[in-house]
Design a protein around this ligand. Structure first.
Ligand SMILES: Cc1cc2nc3c(=O)[nH]c(=O)nc-3n(C[C@H](O)[C@H](O)[C@H](O)COP(=O)(O)OP(=O)(O)OC[C@H]3O[C@@H](n4cnc5c(N)ncnc54)[C@H](O)[C@@H]3O)c2cc1C
Length: 381
């Protein structure tokens, strides 16, 4: 059979392996993690044991060295059964990408192998309470003190804070230079003056802790800066070109899970003496859902590949993929609840969890309004 416009066999093998792992070791705990708002420890262990927790780490740093398409396939397959667990590989990529893109060799050697082995996880800290979409308005400061840096301020909405050992943190080093006065640093959970705040009470992805992180005269050694002073914001934005497709992948996975649930339910649920799947109204909804999922998946893989090869369109494609896939996840999961009727509105089925989980994909790593802004800017340049 021709491989024209098809995923390579290696990628299909990764999909099969992650699907089997997700079905057996992650899915059984997804509802419980949501219900109890607890971290998916079972998923973390299963992903680390199988080596799927951070497949993107290069081989030079003891990682698997998987490409961007393989990475989105892993995230998609985990999200198909548990969106919270999918944030383990996704946020490991988000937190480490600034280091991979711009870090010194010393920093890479100090941090990346610990993520590759699963000994540590890493979070990404850009947002602040008053600086979300307008992230460059951040107030967290870093000042040089001899060979060290001293950080002060608070970052907000940090995914997997409290679980991660490492944090890539953007902070202002030169307040007169706007976004060119922002630098990136790597902070360790054991650094003095670092503290995590209380957990946010969220609508969805309840298994993934979201917290503030605080820096109170937090002193870190000079080599923990990522790249040169003043390059932090451009590194943060370059990172998003690589990771918005991973959020797209999370969204595609959630939507795929909801689609499969809907098909299965429609075949079995009987009303008016026949399966509801026999009603054209239901058939058309299912067809529309599947069509949207296929389109989103294709765009996500294309965007992931474009970022990896440094395609000049990667900024546009990353925003387009994240935006289309997350809007798809929202509409498909809402339709899934509809197809399940009253049952869909209860916690007896995964559809309502998927609908709540889908919502965040339209918000984080830049809201879909911001993605449209990025796309328009790149088209109208
Ligand atoms: C669960 C969760 C996890 C997160 N994880 C992380 C993380 O790990 N690391 C991290 O750094 N951040 C994280 N975030 C932060 C996230 O990226 C921001 O919430 C997001 O970028 C939006 O910022 P905001 O919440 O301040 O909304 P605001 O910027 O206040 O936006 C409010 C509304 O205004 C709209 N808006 C704003 N500006 C414009 C504009 N110019 N044009 C049109 N519309 C506009 C927005 O689209 C939105 O609808 C997380 C957030 C959540 C909720």
């Amino acid at each position: 059979m021709s491989d024209l416009y098809n995923l390579p066999e290696d990628h299909q093998d990764i999909r099969a392996a992650v699907r089997e792992l997700a079905e057996g070791a992650i899915k059984p705990f997804a509802a419980d993690c949501d219900e109890k708002e607890r971290y998916p420890v079972e998923a973390q262990k299963a992903l680390i044991d199988a080596g799927f927790h951070a497949v993107h780490i290069p081989e030079a740093y003891e990682g698997m060295g998987a490409d961007a398409v393989a990475t989105v396939v892993v995230i998609e397959e985990v999200a198909r059964v548990c969106a919270s667990s999918a944030l383990i590989p996704a946020v490991n990529k988000l937190g480490s990408m600034p280091i991979i893109l711009s870090g010194s060799e010393e920093l890479k050697q100090a941090v990346l192998p610990s993520i590759a082995s699963g000994e540590a996880m890493i979070s990404y800290a850009l947002s602040e309470r008053e600086a979300g979409s307008d992230a460059a308005a951040m107030r967290t400061r870093a000042k040089a003190d001899g060979d060290d840096w001293i950080l002060n301020g608070t970052k907000c909405w940090i995914t997997n804070a409290g679980v991660s050992s490492w944090y890539t943190v953007m902070a202002v080093t030169d307040p007169d230079k706007g976004s060119r006065g922002i630098s990136a640093f790597v902070v360790h959970a054991d650094d003095e003056g670092f503290q995590v705040g209380t957990k946010e009470r969220k609508l969805g992805i309840k298994g993934s802790p979201t917290r503030e992180i605080h820096f109170d005269n937090c002193r870190i050694p000079g080599w923990r800066i990522v790249g040169e002073p003043g390059t932090g914001y451009s590194t943060a934005l370059a990172t998003l070109e690589h990771t918005r497709p991973t959020i797209g992948a999370q969204a595609v996975g959630i939507a795929q899970g909801a689609l499969e649930l809907s098909v299965d339910y429609a075949k079995h649920r009987q009303q008016f003496g026949k399966a509801i799947a026999q009603f054209q109204a239901i058939q058309f909804m299912i067809a529309d859902m599947a069509m949207a999922v296929e389109a989103a998946r294709t765009l996500v893989y294309q965007a992931a590949a474009a970022a990896e090869r440094g395609d000049p369109r990667s900024s546009f494609l990353a925003s387009a993929a994240k935006c289309l896939a997350s809007d798809t996840a929202m509409s498909v999961t809402t339709d899934a609840v509809q197809i399940l009727g009253g049952a869909g509105y209860t916690r007896d089925f995964a559809a309502e969890r998927m609908m709540r989980d889908a919502k965040i994909t339209q918000i984080y790593e830049g809201t879909n309004q911001i993605q449209r802004l990025v796309m328009a800017r790149s088209l109208l340049r």
